[in-house]
Ligand binder design. Structure first.
Ligand code: THU
Length: 157
């Protein structure tokens, strides 16, 4: 028998340490979180995706009284981006989260399994890594691809 160890490298940086284009993406993720419709969880998430054209597409979580019908910020942004700009690769995604009192989470959140799967589709479609910026109040966690967040992913190809 052999053991396979899978690791996910995470770079931890301060906001001031990341390049200006990524700071702008982080600002957009924080800004759009205010547009969350989250009356059930009182948890507001914003996602901002930098496309290869340079455009930034944003999304915030949208909940529903039938809970599973709601959608996370990441998928709101990703599905909008690919619906409107189908030829643009996803270069980077920033994700920020806030409590209902407007307090930003000190520790970054990481995308749920459904969002990892959905984002991986675009990474594979364009054969191009999507950099992930998980935004906390103090530190940004940087992961170099979605596949690093979803090892041993499903594929029937
Ligand atoms: N949520 C997101 O929008 N993104 C995540 O990465 C995790 C969770 C949303 C779903 C739901 O509206 C609320 O946060 C609480 O789970």
């Amino acid at each position: 028998m052999k053991q396979l160890n899978i690791t996910t490298p995470v770079l931890i940086a301060k906001y001031e340490e990341v390049p200006a284009v990524e700071r702008q993406l982080i600002d957009e993720a924080r800004r759009i979180s205010a547009q969350a419709y989250a009356p059930y969880s009182n948890f507001s998430v914003g996602a901002a995706i930098l496309l290869s054209s340079g455009k930034i597409v944003t999304g915030a979580n949208q909940e529903n009284v039938a809970y599973p019908s709601g959608t996370c910020a990441e998928r709101v942004a990703a599905f909008y981006a690919h619906a409107h700009f189908p030829d643009d690769k996803f270069v980077t995604i920033a994700i920020a989260a806030f409590h209902s009192d407007g307090e930003e989470l000190s520790q970054p959140i990481s995308p749920c399994g459904n969002c990892r799967q959905a984002l991986l589709e675009y990474e594979n479609l364009f054969n191009s890594k999507i950099k992930v910026l998980l935004v906390g109040k103090e530190y940004i966690h940087i992961i170099s691809s979605i596949s690093d967040l979803l090892p041993l992913s499903f594929s029937h190809l």
